[in-house]
Design a protein around this ligand. Structure first.
Ligand code: NDP
Length: 391
């Protein structure tokens, strides 16, 4: 039996992971499931999968979790430290599917125990790429990408000589506002931004898809994971979301990965790697689909992509600042405190303030320094939002 833990089990990726595991209950022993505020779902899955441990991120949810799991024999716990302890419980495979920078410390704990880390939480590599890679190397843990574009690229690269890779192309649907007139973007509401044309995902990543902050994070994640130079990573808008990534080789060959827009594809690949297994995903009928289209993203419409280039060129803790400011700006947009188009301005302003802070971006890559940069960036972005509201 393979011992499995799922961090962020109640979310979109977590639920897709559970869907796959629940289809073969005899193959898996579920060690730990973690969630946030959706206690009913966490308790239901913990019982169904007979987990050893269920953890909520929030201390004020512990009593509810305890009641929901009464009589089950399943251990319960709450809080940030308990999340890391859950990730550190001996397991063979750990899914990292918490949303945001909160996923970093438990991800590191899973790596430290040597478990294979199936990485959906892109913020882990964006905020702490070199630290994460060093911790994986120290324990011998393997990281398998779960972001669909990175899983696709990983599959295209299997068996290839990295020295002969010329470029990596990540595709993007273009999100909810791909075809909106530019002038209308400032009036976009959170509900409109949270509607994705092709993927069914959590609210935050869906809004990040509309602003392309999601793709910006993915470009940085790809640089960290594959070690490809930033100028060799391209983004193409591909409205059909069927080609997830392409890898160009020195002989001119471009190898593409196609599949239905269903996260169980990438999750299943990471779950069964290095083998392939039958997965409950739709098969593409290319004759029925008829055509695939691609366009270059408009930098004016999607300023987040330019900011990602700036972050990669700067290196150091710029990724942690970028991500934290983006999370704060997203909170501001969801709360109605700022316009859709102001999110990129808030992030740019936070990056500028970080530059003005002596030694901050070039500080050593430690968890403490990353947490410090993250905290400062949130404050700066919040200040920016506060000033907008004083106008
Ligand atoms: P969701 O918002 O659907 O789920 C997030 C999960 O994290 C939930 O279990 C939630 O708990 C939990 N959570 C929220 N806040 C915290 C916190 N502070 N501490 C601990 N746990 C917390 O997100 P997604 O599943 O959409 O995305 C998860 C990650 O995977 C993100 O990094 C995203 O970028 C990445 N990803 C997602 C894809 C997708 O298709 N959804 C595709 C590729 C990557 P609760 O809901 O109980 O409050």
């Amino acid at each position: 039996m393979r011992r499995i833990s799922i961090l962020g089990a109640t979310g979109s990726v977590g639920q897709s992971t559970i869907d796959l595991i629940a289809r073969a209950p005899d193959e898996y022993e579920v060690v730990a499931l973690t969630g946030g505020r959706n206690i009913a779902q966490l308790a239901k899955d913990a019982r169904r999968l007979n987990a050893q441990l269920a953890v909520t991120a929030h201390d004020d949810c512990l009593a509810d979790l305890r009641v929901a799991l009464q009589g089950s024999g399943i251990e319960v716990a709450a809080g940030a430290v308990a999340l890391c302890e859950a990730a550190a419980r001996p397991a063979d495979w750990v899914m990292s599917a918490i949303v945001g920078a909160a996923g970093l410390p438990p991800g590191l704990a899973a790596l430290d125990q040597g478990a294979t880390l199936a990485l959906a939480n892109k913020e882990t590599l964006v905020t702490a790429g070199p630290l994460v890679m060093a911790r994986a190397a120290a324990s011998g843990a393997r990281i398998l990408p779960v972001d669909s574009e990175h899983s696709a690229a990983f599959q295209c690269l299997t068996g290839e000589d990295p020295a002969q890779v010329e470029r990596l192309i990540l595709t993007a649907s273009g999100g909810a506002f791909r075809d909106w007139p530019l002038a209308q973007l400032a009036s976009a509401t959170p509900a409109q931004a949270a509607t994705h044309p092709t993927w069914d995902m959590g609210q935050r990543i869906t809004i990040d898809s509309a602003s392309m902050f999601n793709k910006a994070l993915e470009v940085i994640e790809a640089k960290e994971f594959f070690g490809i130079a930033p100028d060799r990573i391209e983004v193409l808008i591909h409205p059909e979301s069927l080609v997830h990534a392409l890898v160009g080789h020195t002989d001119g060959a471009l190898i593409a990965h196609l599949g239905a827009p269903d996260m169980r594809h990438a999750i299943g690949y990471a779950l069964h790697w290095p083998t392939r297994r039958e997965l409950p995903v739709a098969r593409l009928d290319l004759a029925e689909i008829g055509g695939l289209s691609f366009q270059r993203p408009d930098p004016e419409r999607f300023p987040a992509l330019g900011l990602a280039r700036q972050v990669m060129a700067r290196g150091g803790l710029a990724g942690a600042v970028f991500n934290a400011a983006k999370e704060q700006a997203l909170d501001g947009f969801i709360a109605g405190a700022m316009k859709f188009t102001e999110m990129a301005d808030a992030v740019a302003a936070s990056l500028e303030r970080a530059e003005a802070e002596p030694g901050l971006i070039d500080a050593e890559f430690t968890l403490d320094n990353i947490v410090m940069a993250d905290g400062l960036a949130r404050t700066w972005a919040a200040d920016y939002i506060g000033n907008l509201n004083k106008r």
